[in-house]
Design a protein. Sequence first.
Length: 298
Amino acid sequence: MAHPIKNLRELDETTIFYKVKVKVIEKCHRRIAKNGTRYQRLKFVDNEKTEIQTTLFNDSIEDYQDHLCYGKEYYISNAKVKKTGERYETLLHDYHLEFDHRMIIEPIEENTNPKPLTCRSLDQIPKHVDREERFDILAAVIHIDQIKTITIKHSDRQCQLREVRLINQSWKRVLLSVWNEVALEECKRMASMTTSTQSTVIIVAAITLSYYEGLSLSTTPSSTVIFDIGTPQADPLRSWFVVHFDANDETGEISLVPFRSTAEKLLNRKPAELYHLLPDIQWNIRTRIQEQEMQLKY
């Protein structure tokens, strides 16, 4: 028997047999409560922009890991609808979902044709967005600060923070504040990329605006970093971001990233040549820098 498709605003505790069409708009990183319970929060939205949340606990996190992916759409049937306690209520919905053995998840098949890249460039970052709005950006990493521990004043909760400097081919530079699990895990890979011959072009998904040091970006609990970008929309930035090397003298060390014409003049090579010779160039530059001092002017 087919169940009627409802909108999220129609759900309450009396709703039993139903189906909703939703998109996963937040998939927070896994956390551990003080009592040792593992949990992960997810947020869904329907076509009317109504949102609802669920929380997975312990083994359920792994059970649904591959069945609920950020940014994808699903039909969810017969999940328990429970009243949200006042402490956790939001203006968006007074109820939340609880998953059990009666609940069914059906992925909505996407068009097999490849979709164009929908993330924004740094030039397309809006100056204002709704508090709950999330978007994705495409950029190249040019600098990663050391990790810092920040104490949140009102809760005394400690968070890990790393500040990442991003750039694109129009020389637009933006600060990205990276928090907690993303700062600990994904930033390690970013840092290794900036000290190797790998491309440092990335997509950061589910971020929001921040106004720290002016207009900037910030990760959210749902943010992820996509490193292996298999889309032609990233090729112009990838080819512009040509080569990287380190320079040091008695005062310290700095990472240098020359681009296109600057790289051609500095290394007397065309971009196509640099692409094929990057490993050898990297080694030669490092050796040369160790043998002489460089004065860096800004």
